[in-house]
Design a protein around this ligand. Structure first.
Ligand code: DNO
Ligand code: MN
Length: 358
């Protein structure tokens, strides 16, 4: 398991590279050019700038998250051709700084959805929260107003600039079924996988978060069956999954450890975090410990350990603790604690294994 940490870039993140360097066992940054819109080419010059910063601290840039897919590709519009060509150029350019995995998602309009970015928990910390009833009863415009008040504190994928056109965006999806979305994903992958392969890059789709339809939009990466179907699109080693235990884990029917044991060869990137699910379908992001949430994180890490996982991992999100002011889910403290919890489990399993072998 290679441990990584998501970093939003100089001047765009409250966490510094100096701080990340002091978290045990972190070897690489999970990065992106966050100032670019979906569909734009990531130029060689721009990716080189990130490399220069990472080099100063000895971090690799093996994992990109995310090169976002333009809506026209998801909608299957004729204009997708141009954006697919741009995507190919971006793949080639990130390969020049050593990228080996590109995490992406195929969620229409919204990336991950939450109703509360700083929901207070019993111990006084705050965390990202999804209120199922609120989402059912709200229109998207209300939710946008609730979660994008301050530009610097929005969730990635909820850029106010893009969501200005929300009504027409939603309208354009009215006639797009889940089957259509699968077809558009297939078209996209068939175009880009040869380029990814030629550049030694694995494409790793991130599951939908939450793993069900919101606002009537089609969502297709939600379960073990979806992963099976995604992998059947192409046997290319470049066609893989970012297995996010928190996203898939919001549905109690998803057995994450089982998915790891089944699909481990096609998981180049692991997001490992916990969520606590409530009976009405709401959930909150908790600490990484199994006992604090609904996902058996100890078994998730065991599954990676047993299958000899050599891919990349990150703690995904954390709570906001010790009064840290940061991007929702992306503070330093709780993600660092999460990493140490993951290493604790991993090292213990390794210790037991070595003991058995000697
Ligand atoms: C959710 C997070 C997301 C994710 C993007 C991937 O679990 O990991 O921000 O990074 O959806 O494109
Ligand atoms: Mn994730």
């Amino acid at each position: 398991m290679k441990m990584t940490f998501r970093w939003y870039g100089e001047g765009n993140d409250t966490v510094t590279l100096e701080q990340i360097k002091q978290i045990p066992g972190v070897e690489g940054l999970v990065w992106a050019l966050h100032h670019l819109q979906a569909g734009e080419v990531w130029s060689e010059e721009e990716v080189m700038k990130v490399k220069e910063q990472a080099d100063q601290y000895g971090f690799h840039l093996d994992v990109v998250e995310s090169i976002n897919v333009h809506e026209d590709i998801k909608l299957g519009l004729p204009t997708r051709e141009k954006y697919i060509e741009n995507y190919k150029k971006s793949i080639e350019n990130v390969a020049k700084v050593g990228a080996k995995v590109i995490c992406y998602n195929f969620m229409p309009v919204f990336d991950w959805t939450r109703t509360d970015l700083f929901k207070e928990m019993e111990d006084g910390s705050t965390a990202l929260y999804y209120d199922n009833e609120k989402v059912q009863s709200m229109d998207p415009q209300q939710l946008i107003e609730l979660t994008t008040k301050d530009d610097s504190l929005t969730m990635p994928g909820w850029e106010p600039e893009r969501l200005k056109h929300i009504e027409s965006l939603l309208e354009s999806y009215r006639s797009v079924s889940e089957e259509d979305l699968w077809n558009h994903l297939t078209f996209f992958l068939q175009e880009i996988l040869p380029v990814a392969e030629a550049n030694g890059i694995k494409m790793a789709i991130h599951p939908d978060d939450p793993p069900w339809s919101v606002f009537g939009l089609p969502r297709i990466m939600t379960s073990e069956q979806s992963i099976e179907r995604l992998l059947s699109i192409s046997d290319s080693p470049s066609n893989g999954v970012t297995l996010c235990s928190g996203s898939l884990g919001a549905n109690p029917k998803n057995d994450i450890a089982k998915m790891i044991r089944r699909f481990h060869e096609r998981i180049p990137f692991a997001h490992i975090r916990n969520v606590k699910i409530y009976e009405n379908g709401s959930f909150i992001e908790t600490s990484h410990r199994t006992e604090d949430g609904s996902v058996d994180i100890a078994d998730v890490v065991l599954a990676y350990h047993e299958t000899g996982f050599t891919g990349y991992a990150r703690p995904d999100h954390g709570r906001h603790i010790w009064n840290e002011q940061c991007r929702p889910g992306y503070g330093l403290y709780d993600r660092a604690l999460g990493i140490m919890h993951l290493w604790g489990l991993w090292d213990a399993y390794e210790h037991v294994k070595q003991g058995r072998e000697s």
